[in-house]
Design a protein around this ligand. Structure first.
Ligand SMILES: NC(=O)c1ccc[n+]([C@@H]2O[C@H](COP(=O)([O-])OP(=O)(O)OC[C@H]3O[C@@H](n4cnc5c(N)ncnc54)[C@H](O)[C@@H]3O)[C@@H](O)[C@H]2O)c1
Length: 367
């Protein structure tokens, strides 16, 4: 097929397999090259996934070929360099979450995308859940009036990762970035990604640094808990709380409070790993007054069989083919990075800190 999109994958660890499986289900896309910094790993990946693709150790060699786009599936610390190199080579980029380690890196990535013929989209598959679209539609419909307060996040009773996720130099932040990025994305996208102006936050790592709870406690230097109050340019505050581990069953539901109504969203599932709002919707209730009566209306969840990961990869490939802009643009996710950066600064300085985002207007819009 002449219109086939030629794809490369950079980083061939765990999540790269999900990308490969998705592209294989998209007839108009073909994986033609893969790169991994560990010698031999890309070739092993090609064999394991039964691809007709060229393996590389140096990602720049892959980027010098005639590929249209790349999935970047390397650890967080490599996202910045690989994304900049791909965009400068004129390639479209589907970057795994979280966007980057630091805010400065994220700013450079957005700047590179603005001058590249390639797009930068960040891979948040929960966006493709029709229930998430419903949350967004309700919030943006005006039914809630002026939405002035949002509470989101959640907590796992136990659910701390290890390896690269627990080192600040490699991951940037801990629970706030790893799982908090999903809650933030869902809430902020529903609100149209408004521009934050300040944050007051507290973070701690009482579980991660305790050998009783974590086998790699001596290497753990990120937060396993965080809570933040974020102010926005418009009349809106967001309370954001996340924990990888705690002595509690839940940190509560996601709530949108408006002048005319409220929306409560409880995540799907039960158990240790289910208490964080990752975009899944278990139940939804609309609180409003009807004929002067205080009323609660359950919002039925939309049953669907969608493979959300496939949807995100397909949207990237379709956007390339159709010449559409990035489905989840770097400009939006930059706002998350700014909030997480502010959380870490505020926590360290023990006071409210300003968030400066000179690259953006009033908001980055919803998608
Ligand atoms: N969207 C999701 O559901 C989801 C799930 C898991 C992980 N992730 C994200 O995906 C990314 C990768 O996670 P993972 O669990 O697959 O990690 P991983 O450690 O299993 O794999 C990363 C791979 O990248 C390679 N690599 C490192 N630096 C490189 C470089 N400069 N050039 C080329 N290859 C390089 C490593 O050798 C390794 O093979 C992380 O950012 C993570 O947050 C997303």
């Amino acid at each position: 097929m002449t219109s086939e999109i030629r794809i490369g994958i950079i980083g061939t660890g765990g999540i790269a397999h999900a990308h490969a499986r998705a592209y294989k289900q998209i007839p108009s896309a073909a994986i033609v090259g893969v790169a991994d910094i560990v010698p031999g790993k890309a070739a092993g990946f090609v064999a394991a996934e039964q691809l007709e693709a060229e393996p590389y150790t140096d990602h720049r060699e892959l980027l010098s070929t005639d590929i249209d786009g790349v999935s970047i599936c390397a650890p967080n610390a490599a996202h910045h360099r690989l994304t900049i190199d791909a965009l400068r080579a004129g390639k479209h980029v589907l970057l795994e979450k979280p966007m980057s380690v630091t805010l400065d890196e994220a700013i450079e990535m957005v700047e590179a995308a603005r001058v590249s013929p390639g797009m930068l989209t960040i891979g948040f598959q929960p966006r493709y859940d029709p229930n998430m679209k419903l949350v967004q539609e309700i919030v943006q419909s005006g039914q809630l009036g002026n939405v002035y307060y949002v509470e989101t996040g959640g907590g796992r009773r136990r659910g701390m990762p290890g390896g690269t996720f627990i080192r600040k130099e490699l991951a940037g932040a801990g629970a706030m970035a790893d799982i908090g990025c999903y809650s933030l994305d869902m809430a902020l996208n529903a609100l149209g990604y408004p521009k934050p102006v300040s944050v007051s936050a507290y973070t701690s790592n009482h579980f991660g640094t305790n050998p009783k709870y974590h086998p790699e406690a001596d290497r753990f230097d990120v937060e396993d808990f965080g809570v933040a109050m974020v102010r926005f340019e418009r009349d809106l505050v967001l309370q954001f709380k996340i924990s990888w581990a705690m002595h509690m069953d839940t940190l509560g539901a996601t709530m949108f409070l408006g002048s005319e109504g409220g929306l409560k969203v409880t995540p799907h599932g039960t158990g240790n790993w289910s208490g964080v709002w990752d975009g899944s919707v278990g139940s939804m209730t609309l609180y409003h007054d009807l004929m002067g009566l205080q009323t609660q209306t359950p919002v039925p969840a939309i049953a669907h069989q969608k493979d959300l990961f496939l949807e995100k990869v397909r949207d990237f490939a379709d956007a390339i083919r159709e010449g559409r802009p990035a489905p989840i643009p770097g400009e939006q996710i930059l706002i998350q990075q700014a909030i997480i950066d502010g959380v870490l600064r505020s926590s360290e300085q023990r006071r409210e800190v300003a968030i400066e985002l000179p690259l953006l207007g009033d908001s980055a819009g919803a998608s």
